[in-house]
Design a protein around this ligand. Structure first.
Ligand SMILES: *[C@@H]1O[C@H](CO)[C@@H](O)[C@H](O)[C@H]1NC(C)=O
Ligand SMILES: *[C@@H]1O[C@H](CO)[C@@H](O)[C@H](O)[C@H]1NC(C)=O
Ligand SMILES: *[C@@H]1O[C@H](CO)[C@@H](O)[C@H](O)[C@H]1NC(C)=O
Length: 229
């Protein structure tokens, strides 16, 4: 019975993961595709370019986003000896097959790119920053798309990245990092049955195949495959 249920869950996850690609398919009634028309003229070229993070240790964060995730250092602005801002971005010149852009080229293209990370670092700060895995706040996660989630998981393990949930795992601790980051932790609810029901709901989508890791400050990074959901 357990096996049958697991199989059913895997099948549902697989089916759900294909949903966006199969528009003709009927969606279950708890999924609602947006029906917005075109946005108005004034906002036509608005796009979200970066996300800013306050970091404890710039060296550690640049090592993670740079050497582990593969983002490139675009620029650091040292406003004062102790306060700096650093932009990192994936080399979007990979489209010509080289996967390479110099920092100067990335800087020139900066405002035409998406998915950049801006790291704020204040060496004098005594503020111990709290990430969403440590206590629920308005940031839930950063989403990373990779061609092969298993290969990404192996790479993260080799680099000693903190893994919250591996591929294939389906259990979620109600007071753990994943629950905290998704507004299901102790600061959000004490209702274990509700948390359980949400997790069952997650399992009907692609949750089982998603990898969750933490950046050095405890920000949750969700890793999904290109054709994942
Ligand atoms: C930041 O991290 C690096 C290594 O990751 C370490 O050598 C350094 O001491 C840390 N800096 C502070 C201020 O903790
Ligand atoms: C590939 O494209 C990037 C981005 O435009 C550019 O910086 C790089 O010089 C290009 N490489 C080659 C070999 O054309
Ligand atoms: C989740 O958040 C609570 C506070 O709401 C905290 O006590 C707990 O340590 C956090 N869990 C983790 C794994 O950080």
């Amino acid at each position: 019975m357990v096996t049958v249920t697991r199989l059913l869950i895997s099948f549902l996850a697989l089916a759900a993961s294909r949903l966006p690609l199969a528009a003709s398919q009927e969606l279950p009634d708890y999924m609602m595709v947006g029906t917005d028309g075109a946005a108005d003229e004034e906002v036509r070229s608005f796009h979200i370019n970066h996300m800013g993070l306050n970091v404890h240790n710039l060296t550690t964060s640049m090592d993670f986003y740079g050497n582990v995730l593969g983002m490139r250092h675009i620029i650091t602005i040292q406003y004062t000896p102790s306060y700096s801002l650093t932009y990192m971005g994936f080399a979007q010149g990979g489209r010509n097959g080289t996967g390479f852009q110099t920092g100067a080229e990335l800087l020139r293209d900066k405002n035409n790119m998406d998915g950049l990370i801006k790291l704020f670092h204040f060496a004098e700060s005594e503020n111990s920053l709290v990430a969403s895995t440590g206590r629920t706040n308005t940031l839930t996660n950063i989403g990373l798309v990779v061609p092969d989630v298993q290969a990404a998981q192996d790479r993260f393990e080799r680099h000693g990245v903190k893994i919250i949930k591996r591929i294939g795992e389906t259990t979620v601790s109600a007071s753990g990092p994943l629950a905290n980051a998704t507004n299901l932790g102790p600061a959000s609810t004490q209702d274990a049955a509700e948390v359980d029901a949400v997790i069952k709901g997650l399992l009907t989508t692609d949750f089982e195949n998603i990898l969750f890791v933490e950046d050095p400050d405890g920000n949750m990074i969700e890793v999904v495959k290109q054709d994942g959901f």
